[in-house]
Design a binder for this molecule. Structure first.
Ligand code: NAD
Length: 290
Protein backbone atom coordinates (compact mmCIF):
# COMPACT_ATOMS: atom_id res chain seq x y z
CA UNK A 1 0.00 0.00 0.00
CA UNK A 2 1.19 3.56 -0.66
CA UNK A 3 1.16 5.32 2.71
CA UNK A 4 1.77 8.94 3.75
CA UNK A 5 3.01 9.37 7.36
CA UNK A 6 3.00 12.80 9.02
CA UNK A 7 4.68 13.35 12.40
CA UNK A 8 7.83 11.25 12.77
CA UNK A 9 8.54 11.85 16.48
CA UNK A 10 9.20 9.36 19.28
CA UNK A 11 6.11 7.34 18.34
CA UNK A 12 5.62 8.12 14.64
CA UNK A 13 9.18 7.26 13.52
CA UNK A 14 9.18 3.63 14.73
CA UNK A 15 5.55 3.14 13.55
CA UNK A 16 6.46 4.36 10.04
CA UNK A 17 9.62 2.22 10.07
CA UNK A 18 7.57 -0.89 10.90
CA UNK A 19 5.18 -0.23 7.99
CA UNK A 20 8.15 0.16 5.62
CA UNK A 21 9.77 -2.99 7.01
CA UNK A 22 6.55 -4.90 6.25
CA UNK A 23 6.93 -3.92 2.57
CA UNK A 24 4.65 -0.88 2.31
CA UNK A 25 5.70 2.15 0.26
CA UNK A 26 5.89 4.84 2.98
CA UNK A 27 6.55 8.55 2.43
CA UNK A 28 7.01 10.58 5.60
CA UNK A 29 7.00 14.25 6.58
CA UNK A 30 7.93 15.99 9.83
CA UNK A 31 8.47 19.73 10.30
CA UNK A 32 11.70 18.84 12.17
CA UNK A 33 13.11 17.25 8.98
CA UNK A 34 13.39 13.80 10.54
CA UNK A 35 14.66 10.86 8.39
CA UNK A 36 13.48 7.31 9.08
CA UNK A 37 15.06 4.14 7.73
CA UNK A 38 13.09 2.72 4.79
CA UNK A 39 10.79 5.77 4.62
CA UNK A 40 11.00 8.23 1.69
CA UNK A 41 11.42 11.76 3.01
CA UNK A 42 8.94 14.36 1.68
CA UNK A 43 9.57 18.12 1.76
CA UNK A 44 5.96 18.99 2.60
CA UNK A 45 2.89 17.31 4.08
CA UNK A 46 1.19 17.63 0.68
CA UNK A 47 4.05 15.75 -1.00
CA UNK A 48 3.73 12.99 1.59
CA UNK A 49 0.03 12.33 0.87
CA UNK A 50 0.14 12.51 -2.93
CA UNK A 51 -1.30 9.26 -4.39
CA UNK A 52 -1.49 7.61 -0.94
CA UNK A 53 -4.22 5.05 -0.17
CA UNK A 54 -3.72 5.65 3.55
CA UNK A 55 -2.42 8.67 5.46
CA UNK A 56 -1.39 8.37 9.09
CA UNK A 57 -0.82 11.33 11.41
CA UNK A 58 1.03 11.12 14.77
CA UNK A 59 1.07 14.70 16.05
CA UNK A 60 1.36 16.51 19.40
CA UNK A 61 -2.17 17.96 19.78
CA UNK A 62 -5.58 18.78 18.31
CA UNK A 63 -4.68 22.25 17.00
CA UNK A 64 -1.74 20.87 15.00
CA UNK A 65 -3.91 17.99 13.76
CA UNK A 66 -6.57 20.46 12.54
CA UNK A 67 -3.93 22.58 10.76
CA UNK A 68 -2.38 19.53 9.05
CA UNK A 69 -5.85 18.18 8.13
CA UNK A 70 -6.76 21.52 6.47
CA UNK A 71 -3.64 21.19 4.31
CA UNK A 72 -3.82 17.55 3.32
CA UNK A 73 -7.51 16.58 3.12
CA UNK A 74 -8.12 18.53 -0.14
CA UNK A 75 -5.04 16.84 -1.66
CA UNK A 76 -5.82 13.25 -0.70
CA UNK A 77 -7.14 10.68 -3.21
CA UNK A 78 -10.92 10.02 -2.98
CA UNK A 79 -11.56 6.76 -1.09
CA UNK A 80 -8.24 6.92 0.79
CA UNK A 81 -8.29 6.48 4.56
CA UNK A 82 -7.14 9.21 6.99
CA UNK A 83 -5.92 7.56 10.20
CA UNK A 84 -5.09 9.87 13.08
CA UNK A 85 -3.11 8.06 15.80
CA UNK A 86 -2.33 11.18 17.89
CA UNK A 87 -3.94 11.66 21.30
CA UNK A 88 -6.21 14.69 20.84
CA UNK A 89 -9.49 16.08 22.17
CA UNK A 90 -12.69 14.31 21.09
CA UNK A 91 -14.06 17.44 19.35
CA UNK A 92 -10.98 17.80 17.11
CA UNK A 93 -11.16 14.09 16.23
CA UNK A 94 -14.85 14.39 15.28
CA UNK A 95 -14.38 17.61 13.28
CA UNK A 96 -11.44 16.22 11.30
CA UNK A 97 -13.35 12.99 10.56
CA UNK A 98 -16.32 15.07 9.36
CA UNK A 99 -14.09 17.18 7.13
CA UNK A 100 -12.45 14.03 5.68
CA UNK A 101 -15.79 12.32 5.01
CA UNK A 102 -17.17 15.40 3.27
CA UNK A 103 -14.14 15.28 0.98
CA UNK A 104 -14.92 11.66 0.01
CA UNK A 105 -12.37 10.04 2.32
CA UNK A 106 -12.64 7.38 5.02
CA UNK A 107 -11.57 8.48 8.50
CA UNK A 108 -10.47 6.74 11.71
CA UNK A 109 -9.32 8.22 15.01
CA UNK A 110 -6.98 5.59 16.43
CA UNK A 111 -4.98 6.72 19.47
CA UNK A 112 -2.61 4.16 20.89
CA UNK A 113 -1.47 2.70 24.16
CA UNK A 114 1.90 0.98 24.63
CA UNK A 115 4.34 3.88 24.50
CA UNK A 116 7.65 4.15 22.71
CA UNK A 117 8.57 0.51 23.47
CA UNK A 118 5.30 -0.72 21.94
CA UNK A 119 5.78 1.52 18.89
CA UNK A 120 9.27 0.08 18.28
CA UNK A 121 8.21 -3.53 18.88
CA UNK A 122 4.99 -3.25 16.84
CA UNK A 123 2.89 -4.20 19.87
CA UNK A 124 0.69 -1.12 20.29
CA UNK A 125 -3.01 -1.28 21.14
CA UNK A 126 -5.20 0.86 18.85
CA UNK A 127 -8.54 2.27 20.07
CA UNK A 128 -10.43 3.17 16.93
CA UNK A 129 -13.43 5.33 16.08
CA UNK A 130 -15.03 5.56 12.62
CA UNK A 131 -17.22 3.68 10.13
CA UNK A 132 -16.92 -0.09 9.58
CA UNK A 133 -15.48 0.54 6.10
CA UNK A 134 -12.83 2.92 7.46
CA UNK A 135 -11.86 0.52 10.24
CA UNK A 136 -11.65 -2.40 7.78
CA UNK A 137 -9.30 -0.46 5.51
CA UNK A 138 -7.05 0.60 8.41
CA UNK A 139 -7.05 -2.76 10.24
CA UNK A 140 -4.19 -4.42 8.29
CA UNK A 141 -1.96 -1.45 9.13
CA UNK A 142 -2.92 -1.68 12.81
CA UNK A 143 -1.90 -5.36 12.57
CA UNK A 144 1.63 -4.33 11.57
CA UNK A 145 2.09 -1.48 14.06
CA UNK A 146 0.31 -3.20 16.92
CA UNK A 147 -1.01 -6.42 18.42
CA UNK A 148 -4.59 -5.35 19.15
CA UNK A 149 -7.12 -2.96 17.62
CA UNK A 150 -10.54 -2.38 19.17
CA UNK A 151 -13.24 -0.75 17.04
CA UNK A 152 -14.85 1.38 19.77
CA UNK A 153 -17.63 3.02 17.72
CA UNK A 154 -18.21 6.08 15.56
CA UNK A 155 -15.79 9.00 15.02
CA UNK A 156 -14.27 10.19 18.30
CA UNK A 157 -14.90 6.89 20.12
CA UNK A 158 -11.21 5.97 19.99
CA UNK A 159 -10.21 9.22 21.68
CA UNK A 160 -13.03 8.81 24.20
CA UNK A 161 -11.73 5.33 25.15
CA UNK A 162 -8.14 6.58 25.38
CA UNK A 163 -8.86 9.49 27.72
CA UNK A 164 -11.21 7.46 29.94
CA UNK A 165 -8.52 4.77 30.26
CA UNK A 166 -5.81 7.29 31.05
CA UNK A 167 -8.00 9.13 33.55
CA UNK A 168 -8.32 5.83 35.46
CA UNK A 169 -4.55 5.31 35.13
CA UNK A 170 -3.72 8.79 36.51
CA UNK A 171 -6.10 8.36 39.43
CA UNK A 172 -4.91 4.82 40.32
CA UNK A 173 -1.25 5.81 40.08
CA UNK A 174 -1.81 8.66 42.53
CA UNK A 175 -3.79 6.36 44.87
CA UNK A 176 -1.01 3.72 44.70
CA UNK A 177 1.72 6.29 45.40
CA UNK A 178 -0.07 7.95 48.31
CA UNK A 179 -0.82 4.53 49.82
CA UNK A 180 2.89 3.54 49.62
CA UNK A 181 3.87 6.85 51.26
CA UNK A 182 1.32 6.28 54.04
CA UNK A 183 2.48 2.66 54.47
CA UNK A 184 6.09 3.90 54.85
CA UNK A 185 5.04 6.29 57.59
CA UNK A 186 3.13 3.49 59.33
CA UNK A 187 6.32 1.39 59.28
CA UNK A 188 5.04 -1.19 56.80
CA UNK A 189 7.67 -2.93 54.66
CA UNK A 190 7.22 -2.08 50.95
CA UNK A 191 7.58 -5.67 49.78
CA UNK A 192 4.88 -6.76 52.24
CA UNK A 193 2.66 -3.90 51.06
CA UNK A 194 3.13 -5.08 47.45
CA UNK A 195 2.55 -8.75 48.35
CA UNK A 196 -0.75 -7.89 50.04
CA UNK A 197 -2.17 -5.23 47.70
CA UNK A 198 -1.15 -6.92 44.44
CA UNK A 199 -3.24 -9.95 45.47
CA UNK A 200 -6.03 -8.07 47.27
CA UNK A 201 -8.81 -5.72 46.27
CA UNK A 202 -6.46 -2.71 45.98
CA UNK A 203 -4.69 -4.26 43.01
CA UNK A 204 -4.41 -2.37 39.72
CA UNK A 205 -2.13 -2.07 36.70
CA UNK A 206 -0.30 0.74 38.55
CA UNK A 207 0.52 -1.57 41.47
CA UNK A 208 0.88 -4.94 39.74
CA UNK A 209 2.53 -4.11 36.41
CA UNK A 210 4.14 -0.70 36.92
CA UNK A 211 4.85 -0.56 40.65
CA UNK A 212 6.03 2.97 41.61
CA UNK A 213 8.24 1.65 44.47
CA UNK A 214 11.81 0.77 43.40
CA UNK A 215 12.93 -2.83 43.95
CA UNK A 216 9.38 -4.08 44.42
CA UNK A 217 7.23 -5.88 41.83
CA UNK A 218 8.22 -6.23 38.16
CA UNK A 219 10.86 -3.99 36.53
CA UNK A 220 9.42 -0.50 36.06
CA UNK A 221 10.70 3.10 35.64
CA UNK A 222 11.01 3.28 39.46
CA UNK A 223 13.92 0.85 39.09
CA UNK A 224 15.58 3.22 36.63
CA UNK A 225 15.56 6.49 38.59
CA UNK A 226 12.02 7.27 37.32
CA UNK A 227 13.29 7.90 33.79
CA UNK A 228 10.16 7.68 31.54
CA UNK A 229 8.46 5.31 30.54
CA UNK A 230 5.41 7.47 30.35
CA UNK A 231 6.34 11.05 31.22
CA UNK A 232 4.39 13.01 33.85
CA UNK A 233 3.76 15.79 31.31
CA UNK A 234 2.10 13.30 28.90
CA UNK A 235 -0.13 12.10 31.74
CA UNK A 236 -0.99 15.75 32.44
CA UNK A 237 -1.88 16.25 28.76
CA UNK A 238 -4.24 13.24 28.80
CA UNK A 239 -5.84 14.26 32.12
CA UNK A 240 -6.47 17.75 30.75
CA UNK A 241 -8.14 16.17 27.70
CA UNK A 242 -10.34 14.14 30.06
CA UNK A 243 -11.41 17.31 31.86
CA UNK A 244 -12.05 19.15 28.59
CA UNK A 245 -14.23 16.20 27.48
CA UNK A 246 -16.00 16.06 30.87
CA UNK A 247 -16.87 19.73 30.61
CA UNK A 248 -18.13 19.49 27.05
CA UNK A 249 -20.20 16.33 27.85
CA UNK A 250 -21.42 17.70 31.25
CA UNK A 251 -19.93 14.73 33.16
CA UNK A 252 -19.00 14.80 36.86
CA UNK A 253 -15.38 13.53 37.21
CA UNK A 254 -14.12 14.72 40.63
CA UNK A 255 -11.27 12.19 40.86
CA UNK A 256 -10.13 13.10 37.35
CA UNK A 257 -10.25 16.75 38.39
CA UNK A 258 -8.07 16.17 41.46
CA UNK A 259 -5.62 14.00 39.47
CA UNK A 260 -5.32 16.77 36.86
CA UNK A 261 -4.60 19.37 39.55
CA UNK A 262 -1.98 17.14 41.21
CA UNK A 263 -0.12 16.37 37.96
CA UNK A 264 -0.32 20.06 37.03
CA UNK A 265 1.35 20.99 40.31
CA UNK A 266 3.90 18.16 39.95
CA UNK A 267 4.89 19.11 36.39
CA UNK A 268 4.59 22.89 36.51
CA UNK A 269 5.47 23.90 40.09
CA UNK A 270 7.50 20.93 41.40
CA UNK A 271 10.15 18.64 39.86
CA UNK A 272 7.91 16.31 37.82
CA UNK A 273 8.79 17.52 34.32
CA UNK A 274 10.91 14.92 32.51
CA UNK A 275 10.18 12.29 35.19
CA UNK A 276 8.05 9.20 34.79
CA UNK A 277 4.46 9.68 35.96
CA UNK A 278 5.08 7.14 38.76
CA UNK A 279 7.58 9.60 40.34
CA UNK A 280 4.55 10.79 42.31
CA UNK A 281 5.81 8.34 44.99
CA UNK A 282 9.00 10.25 45.97
CA UNK A 283 6.88 13.41 45.76
CA UNK A 284 4.43 12.08 48.36
CA UNK A 285 7.27 10.75 50.52
CA UNK A 286 8.63 14.28 50.91
CA UNK A 287 5.31 15.69 52.11
CA UNK A 288 3.41 15.69 55.36
CA UNK A 289 -0.35 15.83 55.93
CA UNK A 290 -0.71 19.61 55.49
P1 NAD B 1 6.80 13.84 19.62
O1 NAD B 1 6.77 15.24 20.08
O2 NAD B 1 8.03 13.01 19.80
O3 NAD B 1 6.43 13.78 18.05
C1 NAD B 1 5.56 14.67 17.39
C2 NAD B 1 6.21 15.00 16.06
O4 NAD B 1 5.32 15.81 15.28
C3 NAD B 1 7.52 15.80 16.21
O5 NAD B 1 8.57 15.12 15.55
C4 NAD B 1 7.20 17.15 15.53
O6 NAD B 1 8.31 17.72 14.86
C5 NAD B 1 6.11 16.74 14.56
N1 NAD B 1 5.26 17.85 14.12
C6 NAD B 1 4.77 18.87 14.86
N2 NAD B 1 4.01 19.68 14.08
C7 NAD B 1 4.02 19.13 12.84
C8 NAD B 1 3.41 19.50 11.61
N3 NAD B 1 2.64 20.58 11.51
N4 NAD B 1 3.65 18.73 10.51
C9 NAD B 1 4.43 17.63 10.61
N5 NAD B 1 5.04 17.22 11.76
C10 NAD B 1 4.82 17.97 12.85
O7 NAD B 1 5.55 13.12 20.31
P2 NAD B 1 5.27 11.54 20.43
O8 NAD B 1 5.76 11.07 21.76
O9 NAD B 1 5.71 10.86 19.19
O10 NAD B 1 3.68 11.54 20.55
C11 NAD B 1 2.85 11.73 19.42
C12 NAD B 1 1.41 11.57 19.85
O11 NAD B 1 1.22 10.27 20.41
C13 NAD B 1 0.94 12.56 20.91
O12 NAD B 1 -0.37 12.95 20.61
C14 NAD B 1 1.03 11.76 22.20
O13 NAD B 1 0.14 12.24 23.18
C15 NAD B 1 0.66 10.39 21.71
N6 NAD B 1 1.18 9.29 22.54
C16 NAD B 1 2.48 9.28 22.97
C17 NAD B 1 2.94 8.24 23.74
C18 NAD B 1 4.37 8.20 24.24
O14 NAD B 1 4.67 7.37 25.10
N7 NAD B 1 5.27 9.04 23.72
C19 NAD B 1 2.09 7.17 24.07
C20 NAD B 1 0.78 7.16 23.58
C21 NAD B 1 0.34 8.24 22.81
Amino acid sequence: MKIGFIGLGNMGAPMAANLAKAGHDVTGFDTAGVSVEGVTKAETAIDAVRGAEAVITMLPNGDILRAVADQIIPRMEKGAVFIDCSTVDVDSARDVADQAEQAGLLAVDAPVSGGIGGAAAGTLTFMAGGSDAAFAKAAPLFGIMGQKAVHCGAAGAGQAAKICNNMILGVTMIATCEAFALADKLGLDRQKMFDVVSTSSGYSWSMNAYCPAPGVGPQSPADNGYKPGFAAELMLKDLRLSQQAAESADADTPMGQIATALYEQFVEAEDGKGMDFSAMLPRFEKRGSS
